[in-house]
Design a protein around this ligand. Structure first.
Ligand SMILES: [Zn+2]
Ligand SMILES: [Zn+2]
Length: 322
């Protein structure tokens, strides 16, 4: 889990603030390192370390038609939502976070399309990774039954004491696709990808989530005036296809509440969309409802993490030196 640590040197110091991001497990080591620098460089008399206590973090390792994977971490669990990358790519992207595929407890798969589940079977073969999927998705991906846990839509999956995941069905072409809503101590994050339209059921489960990651696949005008053949344009924009920026904005207008603090727009088409179009179109719909943080997730990650349930600041350590 990432932690952000603010180190203040309040008196007799150079009035510096450090803002470090590091893995929680390295806290002691980092403090020792800092203390050593401190001892030789200044007259600082006190170092106070505040650590923001986090409950759940969400980090996109990359989203788009060339592969999707999203890392969810709590104190007790690490899961991936989707594994649409090659084994080498997954290893590389997790490696940038100082993680290895064997650190992951489960991979949850939204649906069988290659950009979401294409790397699932190889993850089982190479690292014995446990996969959570519904029957159809598991079958289409040729998953190993002994490493596969089969879920039913709307049955809560308890991953650990501090993480539960709810699969919610969404319409998408030729797939039994689900969105996932993760809960940790009453804080919820939704990961919704690849849907041509939405249901009241999805609105009910996503409404009021603290974080929402959702696809904003295409700009309607770009798609219609772009190079794709008519049949493909029709499929993308149909009920079984993907959400346009405008549709994503309208969906978010139904689910955002004051509890919604961050939104990630994901799975942008490289041919039929642009980050500024996705962001401005979505904001047009939610401007009056949403005052949080909106980010765009692109194909190359990992990107910066979203902290869910980040409300308490605990003073972790007060260290005095002579
Ligand atoms: Zn996709
Ligand atoms: Zn798909």
């Amino acid at each position: 889990m990432f932690g952000q640590v603010l180190i203040h040197r309040p008196e007799n110091s150079f009035d510096l603030n450090w803002n470090w991001t590091f893995r929680k497990g390295n806290l002691k080591e980092e403090i020792t390192k800092f203390a050593a620098i401190d001892a030789v460089s200044s007259k600082t008399v006190r170092v106070t370390v505040l650590m923001i206590e986090m409950t759940m973090t969400l980090t996109h390792l990359g989203t788009g038609s060339r592969g999707n994977a999203t890392l969810l971490e709590t104190e007790q669990a690490k899961v991936l939502i989707d594994q649409g990358f090659s084994g080498a790519q997954l290893e590389k992207r997790l490696g940038r976070l100082n993680l290895h595929p064997t650190d992951i407890d489960y991979i949850f798969i939204t649906h069988h399309h290659g950009d979401h589940g294409g790397g699932a079977a190889v993850s089982q073969k190479r690292w014995n990774m446990n996969i959570q999927a519904n029957h159809r998705t598991a079958e289409e991906l040729g998953l190993m039954p002994e490493l596969t846990h089969y879920f039913e839509a709307l049955d809560v999956i308890r991953v650990s004491e501090d993480l539960a995941i709810l699969p919610v069905p969404v319409p998408h072409s030729g797939a039994d696709n689900v969105a996932f809503v993760a809960s940790h101590n009453g804080q919820r994050a939704a990961v919704i990808t690849d849907l041509g339209s939405w249901t009241d059921e999805l609105v009910t489960h996503v409404r009021g989530c603290e974080h929402i990651s959702i696809e904003a696949n295409y700009d309607h005008n770009r798609l219609m005036n772009g190079p794709y053949p008519y049949t493909l344009k029709d499929r993308i924009s149909g009920r079984g296809g993907h959400l346009s920026n405008d549709q994503t904005g309208r969906f978010l207008a139904q689910v955002c509440t004051p509890a919604t603090k961050s939104i990630s727009l994901t799975h942008l088409s490289e041919k039929n969309n642009q980050p500024h179009l996705a962001e401005s179109t979505v904001l047009y719909h939610i401007d009056e409802l949403f005052t949080g943080d909106i980010t765009i997730s692109l194909q190359d990650g990992p990107e910066r993490s979203h902290y869910i349930g980040q409300s308490n600041e605990n003073e972790l350590l007060k260290k005095s030196s002579p």
